[in-house]
Ligand binder design. Structure first.
Ligand code: PLP
Length: 454
């Protein structure tokens, strides 16, 4: 790095400290911020010119990889033609219509129509309102509660935070929105009940429904694979059992596919792994691979029909200025075309297995308690003691530092967010990551874990 660049970076960080409030902000965690200036494929480069494998695709979102000039070209062309056009009722625009049709085509057999948002939390807020709306149209207005799972991450706006199952995100922002109930997730590694974890965790949902009264519950929300909670992959029994329970009690199933959508798990949308169709899907992140902010809700046929057939005095009065934003949707459309043309969904299934197999080899290390994954999502849970599964508190940040020095940027499920379960290394590289880079990830992690535990 030359002196001018160094000075510029120092000044930048100084001004950052003065003017910017970061997500999850605390000054102690911001002593040496990473200043990313460029990305190419699966690699990121910092202001000093050091390269890092992007082990989490940005924040689980850059599915097609960095530096895709054609997405910039599509955005620029759309901005020149018409940058903003309202999609409020009575108006529409072509990119929004075409992207909605495309998404429905790739989603579930029962998927019918899309409402666009600009982020994951807003998608979940919207999904909760779709669920409440549905039951009001069906003349069951008391069905309003939402059941979610401990360790879930659904975003941090008020209702999404209330569904999120990590106390650290709630501690300084209470009280929570009333009517949100949390139950045990299908976390096989730490499951303590008598039943098989998939069926036991589904039964935990049913117990909550019975305790609250099915007449008061609108929906259950679940990430197909829990991401920020530590890449918790459910046993195959879980979602079929959960779907059956929801059907039996007249409760909608919301799949939070903000991470798992758009190919991440080796399918366009993830519940197909277990032959299950949700009533509502929230998505974001991979729809544009993060090139512009976009999210949405996919409504199933029955939910869409409820909206289409409602009388005028019960119309769907949900809205956002940027719903169906033409530039974001144009970028989404091209991003989906890249995923199709390059076979990235199929690729995620194949190289995801390779990544998982490489990470499985880390099990011989004393700090590695569990290794799990599906498609291009992989979690390596760290423990202080393999026998007792006691969490390895504080080890995650040390491993992150060592891994970064060796050229890999992973992300931790932080034990500081939940000391009972500790740190998990989360991996979700871009779906286009070359195999040589995939193979480097476990090698770097082995060296980083050894150095951090030496
Ligand atoms: C499963 C899931 N849902 C919702 C969100 C919230 O998305 P956003 O940060 O775009 O609001 C996230 C973010 O990581 C997520 O992983």
């Amino acid at each position: 790095m030359d002196a001018t660049t160094q000075l510029a970076t120092t000044q930048l960080i100084d001004r950052d400290r003065r003017y910017l409030v970061h997500p999850l902000h605390h000054p102690d965690d911001h002593r040496q911020p990473l200043v990313v200036v460029e990305g190419k494929g699966a690699m990121l480069y910092d202001a000093g010119g050091s390269g890092y494998i992007d082990g989490l695709s940005g924040l689980w979102n850059v599915n097609v990889g960095h530096g895709r000039g054609e997405l910039a070209d599509v955005a620029a062309a759309q901005m020149r033609r018409i940058a903003f056009a309202s999609a409020y009722i009575g108006a529409t625009n072509e990119p929004a219509v075409r992207l909605a049709e495309k998404i429905v085509g790739h989603a579930y057999a029962n998927s019918a129509a899309v409402y666009f948002t600009t982020a994951g939390a807003e998608s979940n807020e919207s999904a909760f309102k779709f669920a409440r709306y549905y039951w009001k149209v069906k003349d069951r207005p008391a069905k309003t509660k939402i059941i979610s799972r401990i360790h879930a991450y659904h975003g941090v706006t008020m209702a999404a935070m209330s569904a999120t199952g990590m106390a650290a995100y709630q501690k300084m922002f209470g009280p929570m929105v009333p009517g949100f109930v949390q139950v045990q997730p299908p976390y096989a590694y730490r499951w303590q009940g008598n039943a098989e974890p998939g069926l036991g965790a589904a039964e935990a949902v049913e117990q909550a429904i019975l305790a609250e009264g099915a007449d008061t519950v609108a929906a259950v929300i679940a990430e197909p694979v829990m991401g920020a909670g530590g890449v918790i992959v459910p046993p195959p029994s879980y979602f079929p059992a959960l779907r059956e329970i929801c059907d039996r009690h007249d409760i909608l199933l919301i799949a939070d596919e903000v991470i798992t959508g758009f190919g991440r798990t080796g399918r366009w949308f993830a519940l197909g792994h277990w032959g299950v169709e949700p009533d509502l899907v929230s998505f974001a992140k991979g729809v544009t691979s993060g090139y512009l902010p976009l999210g949405g809700v996919i409504a199933s046929k029955r939910v869409h029909e409820a909206i289409e057939e409602a009388p005028a005095d019960r119309k769907f009065m949900h809205a956002a200025t940027y719903s169906g934003h033409p530039v974001c949707c144009a970028v989404g459309l091209r991003n989906v075309a890249i995923i199709e043309e390059e076979g990235l969904v199929e690729r995620a299934a194949i190289i995801g297995k390779r990544l998982l197999a490489g990470c499985e080899e880390l099990r011989d290390l004393s700090a590695v308690g569990d290794v799990r994954g599906l498609g291009m999502m992989c979690g390596i849970e760290l423990v202080a003691d393999k026998g007792t599964k006691a969490p390895a508190l504080g080890l995650g940040p040390k491993i992150t530092r060592e891994a970064m020095a060796l050229g890999l940027l992973p992300r931790m499920r932080a034990g500081s967010a939940d000391p009972a379960i500790g740190d998990t290394i989360c991996l979700a590289p871009p779906l286009m990551t070359p195999t040589e880079i995939i193979d480097r990830i476990p090698e770097i992690l082995r060296a980083a874990i050894k150095a951090a535990t030496a």
